[in-house]
Design a protein around this ligand. Sequence first.
Ligand code: KIV
Ligand code: ZN
Length: 507
Amino acid sequence: MTRQPFFYDITLRDGNQSLKKPWNLKEKEFIFNKLVDFGVQAVETGFPAASDMDFDAVRKLAEISPENLVISALARTVERDIIKGIEAISFCKKPRLHTFIAMSPFNMKYVLNKSPQEVKKIAIESVAFSKEEILKVNKNGEIQFSVEHFGDCTENLPFVIDTLKEVVNAGATVINLPNTVERTRIKTFVDMVEQVYNALPEDIIIAVHCHNDLGMATAATVESYFAGATQLECCLNGLGERAGNTNIYEVAVALHNSGVDVPLKLNEIYELALTVADMSKVEIPEKAPLIGPEALAHRSGIHQDGAVKTKDMEKGAYRPIHPTLIGRKDDEKIGFTSQSGKTAVFEIISGAGYPITIQEAVRITPVVKEAAEKAGELPVRNMIDIYFNEVFNVKGDFRLVAFEKLAENMFNLKFFHKTEFFDINAQGNGPVDACLCALKQSGFPQKLVDYEQYALDGEISGSGALAMTVIHFEDLHGNIIIARGKDESTLKANVKAIFNGINLMNK
Ligand code: KIV
Ligand code: ZN
């Protein structure tokens, strides 16, 4: 599909009118500049007849708007609103007057108190009047007409289509089909959009404006695009009356993922969302798609495993996009709960800068899990404490009491094996060698296959700078066991690593 969607932003109108404290001119201007930068093609800047504040804001935004941006103002189908609206937008290069009237049987009868024929007449005359007025101030001026409550027009769609044909003849070039209140199936709504699209001349732009009462506004908007709607009316952060309007980020990403060329700077989405949440005082829900704090969090072991394996790939096992597409820098979050597994232990502890192997992660997972069963999601600090305890202080049959250097290449080792005490002097080419000799003399020979020595800086060790020894033993079955020891003294770090290792092998 080559047709490019036309993003018509309604944050400053539908979004703003629903805020507990609507934005003042300065705030509107701030959001307006963000929208321009984001790349929307049209902005509905307000409802000038509603208040002087709205009139001034619409006028100011029209004055500062870039040449290629459509600036729209809302007006009821009454002369005063239309005149005020046109006056406010007359300063921009691409003004659009947006007028509307309800056409659902229910609203015409109980809210407007008018017959369908009266409504039809008002719609046609208002559009004709608007067109005449806007052309007086700008030859490029356009008229958008909305069938308020279009989603409720299932029973009288032929009447609506008939009216729209005349509205188009009267001068409207954009026909907006709102799902003013989302009540039923999306398919019903989208089919109706398609019928209108097929009934009107090809050069008429079909728009949709979907409210999110049942949480399906994004689906309604995206599917309407594929049914013929080009103009998509959306709000930043899904602001808007009641449960809000269609969320622009969700629509943009869904279309992008469907292969549509989306003319927005998608990588600005995350920052923009945070800014709008701050300015509107409408918090982003934890579970909000794409932008929610939890939208990239994984807690089940299976999901964590898939997420980690596909972390650096554009397509992820358990995410709809790569976070950088929307400018999210906080990567997929792995949280440890009773539902999590070894991958999470490894990722969290190594992610915090601590040396941990998969083997160690497997080993300490049951301990971390037990703690999480009681506490819920474990803070990283608690996991690190468990890691230190389990890796650097392995409990078992062997208990180190002391290890001393007596003379060059001569050492003394004191330890318990279960309840038996050993006090052995042994020679060795350095402390590791001497300690292994002492153990051998005591009847506990060990096969050392590798040995490394590191310095842990204060941050990693949790105290001052420390020495860390990593020892690889081979057990009787040929398995490699990795053990660590840390201490201020290198000598003691070595011996602690050996005792941790033999306790691990004898567990
Ligand atoms: O929801 C709606 O129907 C509207 C119209 C004014 C377009 O906001
Ligand atoms: Zn609306």
